[in-house]
Design a protein around this ligand. Structure first.
Ligand code: B12
Ligand code: SF4
Ligand code: SF4
Length: 375
């Protein structure tokens, strides 16, 4: 069997900062069972919001052998992704989660995982493998916890005591026994509740995260109109949300990732809100080639920009907002523009909204109860 030190060294050689190995039972029994149970309960409560793709592959997430028959071990790899933040430019800009500032970690992690797999295949010809970087039906944090890469904090983030939470995970299932961590990482949250308190929408609780309340869910995963009552809480976030990580004490002294590797770009960390509102959705998408922000897509990012501009009171965004309301082909954007213009003080937007052929836009003609839009 390949020894732990060689595996660690190989993982580093292909670009990962940390590597741990968890033992896996194909049926998902043993240490994994409580994780599978948490997923079941999470789905039963509806905490996955509109992410039907999680429910659709729930059986695989709960039974690792359905993903890779005969799976015995999970290698869990960690890539730190938070570089020093590019300076905030002047003007009306939105806020982007740290993993969106530069290159897409999915591509970087997949390349590294493939090299690791090649090395393992050379030693174990015929080895069965499965690679997961985020989108696979794999509970990546559960394996990270058992592999002692970190512990799952109250924020539900996997936390490493030196590197904090700002890391992306990649998992490689293999159908041989590899030297595993003796036990899961100890929980070091202690009595801290900083993330629970700081979350502006109350999305975190002892049950984990309720995506129906999470800014990251609404700004990245949700397509269509964002419910009115939630829009003010989005603040200036236009892609993801880092609040529960920013307040976590384990991040305060954590080292930052190498900017030469991640190539953070000021216009991606701080997108110009008016430019996004004015551009067409396909152009916003095209400008984000190679960025994780493509997951949200140009139309959702422009929707988020309209909300952020309203939340920030950017009056200079009104003309562009009006153009969207009058002529954008996307009803989600027209609806959001109708609300944003009203929040920015232009009550006439309600008249235009009321005459729109789409009921989602017409719904935005209803008066906004207060300046911040909360009903
Ligand atoms: C769906 C998803 C989301 C959803 C739901 C998040 C959630 N907490 O479930 C949304 C869109 C909201 C989201 C947001 C974010 N995500 Co996300 N997301 C995922 C994804 C694809 C699946 C997660 C999942 O299965 N959720 C279902 C719940 C039930 O599982 P879970 O969150 O892992 O929860 C486990 C713990 O709660 C654990 N647990 C907690 N307490 C206890 C106690 C006991 C006793 C036990 C046994 C277990 C346990 O049990 C659960 C099962 O293991 C994973 C990738 C993957 N394939 O795993 C990335 C992933 C979790 N996301 C990631 C990131 C970076 C983010 C964001 C930081 C992005 C951002 N800046 O906006 C935020 C963070 C929000 C947060 N606080 O979690 C990283 C996390 C890296 C890390 N260090 O933890 C992952 C691993 C992607 C990756 N490959 O790097 N995400
Ligand atoms: S990502 Fe933001 S909204 Fe979601 S749980 Fe963390 S602090 Fe709350
Ligand atoms: S903020 Fe505190 S409670 Fe939340 S994950 Fe970090 S250490 Fe744990």
């Amino acid at each position: 069997m390949i020894d732990r030190e060689t595996l660690q060294a190989e993982a580093r050689r292909v670009g990962f900062e940390l590597m741990g190995v968890a033992p896996v039972s194909p049926t998902g029994d043993g240490w994994f069972a409580p994780h599978a149970e948490r997923l079941r309960a999470w789905l039963a409560r509806g905490d996955h919001a509109g992410m039907a793709w999680i429910a659709e592959r729930a059986a695989e997430r709960q039974v690792p052998g359905r993903v890779l028959p005969g799976v015995r071990s999970a290698l869990v790899l960690w890539l730190p992704h938070r570089t020093p933040a590019p300076p905030r430019p002047e003007g009306a800009v939105g806020r982007v989660a740290a993993y969106g500032w530069g290159r897409d970690y999915h591509n970087v992690a997949r390349k590294g995982l493939r090299k690791l797999r090649k090395m393992l295949l050379a030693r174990h010809p015929g080895l069965g493998t499965y690679l997961s970087v985020d989108t696979g039906p794999v509970l990546e944090r559960a394996f990270g916890d058992r592999a002692a890469v970190g512990w799952i904090g109250r924020s539900t983030m996997l936390i490493h005591p030196r590197l904090g939470t700002f890391g992306s995970l990649a998992v490689l299932f293999v159908d041989v026994d590899l030297p595993t961590a003796d036990e899961a990482h100890p929980d070091r949250c202690g009595t801290c509740t900083a993330c629970l308190v700081a979350c502006p929408t109350g999305a975190l609780s002892a049950d984990g995260l309720d995506a129906r309340k999470c800014i990251s869910y609404w700004t990245i995963e949700h397509r269509g109109v964002i419910p009115r009552a939630l829009r003010p809480a989005l603040g200036d976030w236009v892609f993801g949300c880092d609040i529960c990580q920013d307040v976590c004490p384990w991040n305060h002294d954590a080292p930052t990732a190498d900017p030469a590797r991640w190539q953070p770009r000021p216009e991606r960390a701080w997108p110009d809100l008016i430019a996004w509102i004015e551009a067409d959705s396909a152009a916003v998408d095209a400008a984000l080639l190679g960025s994780p922000m493509q997951r949200a897509g140009g139309a959702s990012l422009r929707r988020n920009a309209l909300i952020a501009a309203a939340n920030l009171g950017v009056l200079a965004a009104l003309p562009a907002t009006w153009r969207v309301l009058r002529s954008d082909p996307d009803p989600t954007l027209r609806a959001t523009a109708a609300w944003a213009a009203q929040v920015l003080g232009d009550a006439d937007a309600a008249v235009i909204a009321a005459a729109d052929p789409d009921p989602r836009v017409v719904a935005e003609a209803a008066p906004i109860a207060s300046r911040d839009g909360l009903e």
